[in-house]
Design a protein around this ligand. Structure first.
Ligand SMILES: *Cc1c(COP(=O)(O)O)cnc(C)c1O
Length: 384
């Protein structure tokens, strides 16, 4: 029987423990496994290569993304590191122009040293993507909604354009999760996640995922996962399974709160710009609506120049100034000095990551309490 996503979140992957009937997958806290004789293992050899708790989670994320093979890593960046290790010196990637700062950092300061280069393109512009794909390009790497300006890229159109030239399409699906968007069903080849965010959902575990459909690609990725070794620990795998069970109810509330707050912000007069693909006025609204079942809960906005953004951060009570996103609690950050500080100032300015830009990860508290806290902090930050 094939379950819908709300049931898969709870019963997908490996549902319960065969041996004992425990409804939850146990934490197999072991590094190695007894072999009954030379060459006679019971399917498990060493926990970098495979661990039953991690395997249950890997099957679960594959089910949720409608993929075939899932891999779990110690962080989102460990997942990205493994995916980028598919490439060789001389290869080039076309990359979305506003991406997670850490993704930019590993491309610019690590893989570039190995001769793997990148070209930054506004991937919401299909013609620009097509023009950027030359012979040296091996893959198009996109985030949609992108970080931190929530730019929307048409996954289906980019996949068609990239595949016409024999290139891979990689999508970082952290901001929407498979509950709202499943890139493999839209033509992407590889899905990446920082599980640290909505999938875990409680700001207590660092993790990452890769999901694919193709067997040959999966074999190469499993080889790299074992060779590089950035795997997710058994206990953290357990925490991720536990977090994912409530993803649906959390995302419903996150999205409802975000819609209300985005509308309030855009009508408030306090801000000069609101970036949220769930607003009809947003340039990505139509494509977002076509390819996902909700706009997520990340909002970015530019405070009007009447207000002092440094003072704003210090005047919040309920909403917390912190790195990260996707947890049950509302968080704000300052992309220019925090998440995107690794991006050189000129590039930041060019793409619109100005100093007054504030990124809000809308939590699942009462939406009116969040609005009240934002309004209080904005008023207190009025320049004298
Ligand atoms: C956080 C994040 C990452 C990196 O994940 P870690 O778990 O912090 O290593 C990658 N992509 C996006 C979109 C993120 O938000």
């Amino acid at each position: 029987m094939s379950y819908k996503i709300d049931s898969l979140l709870i019963h997908g992957g490996i549902d319960g423990d065969e041996t004992t009937g425990a409804v939850n997958i146990p934490v197999y806290q072991t590094s190695t496994y007894k072999q009954d004789g030379l060459g006679k293992d019971r399917g498990w050899e060493y926990s970098r290569t495979g661990n039953p708790t991690r395997a249950a989670l890997e099957k679960l994320i594959a089910d949720l993304e409608e993929g075939t093979y899932g891999l779990a890593f110690a962080s989102g960046l460990a997942a990205i590191d493994t995916v980028l290790s598919l490439f060789s010196s001389g290869d080039k990637l076309v990359v979305s122009d506003n991406i997670y700062g850490g993704t930019f950092r590993i491309l610019d300061n690590v893989f570039k040293n190995f001769g793997i280069t990148y070209k930054i393109v506004d991937t919401s512009d299909l013609e620009a993507v097509e023009a950027a794909i030359d012979d040296s390009v091996k893959a198009v790497y996109i985030e949609t909604p992108a970080n931190p300006l929530l730019t929307i890229t048409d996954i289906e159109a980019v996949s068609r354009a990239a595949h016409a030239k024999g290139k891979l399409v990689i999508v970082d699906n952290t901001f929407l999760t498979p509950y709202l968007q499943r890139p493999l069903t839209l033509g992407a080849d590889i899905v990446i996640h920082s599980g640290t965010k909505y999938l875990g959902g409680h700001s207590d575990t660092i993790s990452g995922f890769v999901v694919v459909k193709d067997k040959a690609l999966a074999d190469r990725l499993y080889y790299l996962q074992n060779a590089i070794g950035g795997v997710l620990a058994p206990w953290d795998s357990f925490l991720m399974i536990r977090g994912i069970k409530t993803l649906g109810v959390r995302m419903d509330r996150h999205v409802a709160n975000a819609g209300k707050i985005a509308r309030w912000l855009s009508e408030s007069g306090y801000v000069s710009k609101v970036y949220y693909p769930g607003l009809e006025s947003d340039p990505g609204y139509q494509i977002q609506k076509k390819q996902a079942s909700g706009a997520g809960a990340m909002i970015s906005f530019v405070l009007d120049e009447k207000y002092d953004y440094k003072k704003f951060f210090e005047s919040l009570s309920l909403v917390t100034l912190a790195e990260s996103l996707g947890g049950v609690e509302s968080l704000v950050c300052h992309p220019a000095s925090m998440t995107h500080a690794a991006i050189p100032a000129e590039i930041r300015k060019e793409v619109g990551i100005v100093d007054e830009l504030i990124r809000l990860s809308v939590g699942i508290e009462d939406a009116d309490d969040i609005i009240e806290d934002l309004e209080k902090a904005i008023r207190l930050s009025l320049k004298v």
